[in-house]
Write a protein that binds this ligand. Structure first.
Ligand code: ADP
Ligand code: MG
Length: 359
């Protein structure tokens, strides 16, 4: 069990700034997901925590002890990489026992701990197999066991299941969550998959250009995105560009009160916050297509300005292609230059109508 503190950490490679001034506290036993598009500094941050890369600035503390200049093997961290890099000339048991042998533990203890680790990842009878005889999912389980057997205080996982198909990925991430909670191990999990982050994390760190864009529990990140980037990165979102004049949006389909200074804004509306009203004659939108997912339908609606909306409706509603409809927003957020300037939420939500600074 351990607490991880990252203080103002930056990393530059020549003129390129991979990580910029990141600060983050990960609590004892917490699982935090670093989420963001590829090439934006997630792996670099993780590698600095593991000791494989030295920060250009800032410090890293584990249980209040500064480990910034400590080599990887001295740190109480265990890392699982995207490409598993198992030793192909060794069987599964020896892959897992290797780190324990380096620590010169007695043979009986090595055997016991390696067998426990294998059982933990569901590979109890696989010790004698060569790693080349395992499926991709099994190889990643071995990689995980190889880290866990060293009993790290902090587990670092860098897109460990990215190369696996979706079903396997979903199953393995649930297994990782179970193991992580059973062991109470502080974990940092890097992913570019938003569904993975929403399913796994106690908290999500959304990264952009090497910076943290927003940090919070999954429901906050989903319901209360603080920037247009986060709003568009997590879940499905409709963006409507409009001009505000005298506190009113000038958009034909979304002539809503938006009490901010005149100028351009982007309205962000979730598909589940939209509903459709039937209009007689010409509506403000035209149904393009309706897809039945069994539990709900998603209706694509084309607006006159070329915007295509996604609207979530009940599975028993019926919207025919070409029908004129009027979209109604029950909740939305307005952004200007990526910053939240206004939110309108229904009465049931935590807060109503709020105007933010610099509007
Ligand atoms: P992510 O894991 O989010 O996809 P990375 O942390 O791997 O992103 O990379 C962030 C940026 O840093 C990228 O632009 C990458 O090219 C650069 N980078 C990473 N490692 C090195 C390195 N050893 N030398 C030079 N540039 C690097
Ligand atoms: Mg990466």
């Amino acid at each position: 069990m351990a607490r991880l503190t990252i203080k103002g950490v930056s990393k530059s490679f020549g003129a390129s700034h991979a990580v910029r001034d990141v600060s983050l506290d990960v609590e004892d036993g917490e699982l935090v997901c670093l989420l963001g598009p590829s090439g934006l500094g997630k792996s670099t941050l993780l590698r600095m925590i593991g000791g494989f890369e030295a920060p250009t600035a800032g410090s890293i503390l584990i249980d209040a002890k500064d480990v910034t200049s400590m080599p990887p093997e001295k740190r109480p961290t265990g890392m699982v990489f995207q490409s598993h890099a198992l030793w192909t000339h060794m069987d599964v048991f020896n892959n897992i026992a290797f780190g324990l042998k380096l620590r010169r533990l007695p043979g009986a203890e090595i055997r016991e701990r390696a067998e426990q680790a294998l059982a933990l990842v569901g590979l109890a009878d696989y010790g004698k197999r060569m790693t080349t005889q395992l499926s991709g999912g099994q190889q990643q389980r071995v990689a995980l066991a190889r880290s866990l057997v060293l009993e790290p205080k902090i587990l670092l996982l860098d897109e460990p299941f990215a190369s696996l198909d979706q079903h396997l990925r979903e199953r393995l991430r649930e297994e990782v969550r179970d193991i992580q909670q059973r062991l109470g191990i502080t974990t940092l999990f890097v992913t570019h998959g938003q569904d993975e982050a929403l399913a796994l994390a106690d908290r999500i760190v959304v990264m952009r250009d090497g910076r943290t864009e927003q940090i919070g529990p999954p429901d906050r990140i989903y319901r209360e995105p603080e920037t247009e980037f986060v709003a568009g990165f997590i879940g499905s979102m409709n963006f409507i560009r409009t001009t505000v004049k005298g506190g009113l949006s000038q958009h034909a389909a979304f002539a809503l009160p938006v009490p901010v200074a005149d100028g351009e804004v982007v309205l962000a509306v979730r598909p589940e916050a939209l509903s459709l009203a039937v209009t007689k004659g010409t509506g403000t939108g035209i149904v393009h297509r309706s897809i039945d997912f069994g539990t709900h339908k998603v209706v694509d609606v084309d607006l006159a300005d070329g915007t295509r909306l996604k609207v979530m409706t009940s599975s028993d509603s019926d919207w025919t292609t070409g029908a004129p409809v009027e979209p109604v927003a029950a909740a939305f957020r307005a952004f200007r230059e990526n910053r939240l300037v206004y939110e309108f939420a229904p009465v049931s939500a935590r807060q109503n109508d709020r105007v933010f600074g610099h509007a």
